[in-house]
Design a protein around this ligand. Structure first.
Ligand code: ADP
Ligand code: MG
Length: 241
């Protein structure tokens, strides 16, 4: 198992947002997390790399338990790449510098080596010609592809995507999903929160359905979409356009 969540609980004050979540993801697996708004999907992602603390339970990445804080946490966190809904690029840095910053600061990579790596990744996501520009000069779809390149530059063991296409204009959604599909095909372990059901059907090895902070159902996509077992999942699927 590459990622293991064991009995994870999280409260925000009185609100129980993660309820005894157990989830395992094996190496190379693509897990799509579905569920209504407010069901805890983002909190789950943020807990996996400890952007959010947890109340109880364990999170193990590649055999090592995530500590609460400290140097070890920074190192383990670097194994988990994260791409958010908002692109989160550094506005005052060039595209190239956005991608080289992590490898230089966190991985201790030499600048020229980091730049070679970054140019390779920018070319892989189709924005090599944008390297000298600033984020605001790029389209949303291009910025999100840079965000993916930036996460990959840390050579993560697993990539988390939290609604990576939700803030994009419709015509840019596919260019980002295509990059994610390629990553999946190359064997990257991925946990993806998305509302793109077509993508979920095609790319997921497994669908994890959350409701009210709990994992309610897990199944291969063809099974989940054609024969949801719980009322919550049936209700969720019936409301999709
Ligand atoms: P989802 O991503 O599935 O829409 P979230 O993980 O964002 O759900 O939120 C789960 C629940 O936790 C929601 O009820 C939300 O309002 C609440 N919540 C999220 N973040 C915070 C926070 N920082 N403080 C208090 N409540 C929060
Ligand atoms: Mg969310």
């Amino acid at each position: 198992m590459l990622v293991e969540l064991i009995g994870v609980n999280k409260h925000f004050g009185d609100l129980h947002v993660l309820k005894d979540v157990n989830l395992t993801v094996s190496r190379g697996e693509v897990v799509v997390v579905l569920g209504p708004s407010g069901s805890g999907k983002s909190t789950l992602c943020r807990a996996i790399n400890r952007l959010e603390s947890i109340g109880s339970g364990r999170i193990v990445i590649d055999g090592r338990e995530l500590p609460e804080e400290g140097k070890e946490l920074a190192r383990l966190r670097a194994d988990v790449g994260m791409v958010f809904q908002s692109f989160n690029l550094f506005a005052n840095k060039t595209i190239l510098d956005n991608v080289t910053l992590g490898p230089i600061k966190v991985r201790g990579m030499a600048k020229d080596e980091a730049q070679t790596l970054a140019r390779g990744l920018l070319s892989r996501v189709g924005v090599a010609d944008q390297a000298a520009k600033y984020p605001a000069q790029l389209s949303g779809g291009q910025q999100q592809r840079v965000a993916i390149a930036r996460a990959l530059a840390m050579r993560p063991k697993v990539m988390l995507f939290d609604e990576p296409t939700s803030a994009l204009d419709p015509e840019m959604v596919n260019e980002v999903l295509d990059v994610m599909t390629e990553l999946a095909a190359e064997g990257m372990t991925m946990i993806i929160v998305t509302h793109e059901m077509g993508f979920a059907r095609k790319a997921a090895d497994r669908v994890v359905f959350m409701a009210d902070g709990a994992v309610v159902e897990q199944a291969p996509p063809e099974e989940f979409f054609s024969q949801p077992r719980t009322e919550r999942a049936k209700d969720f699927l019936s409301k999709l356009i």
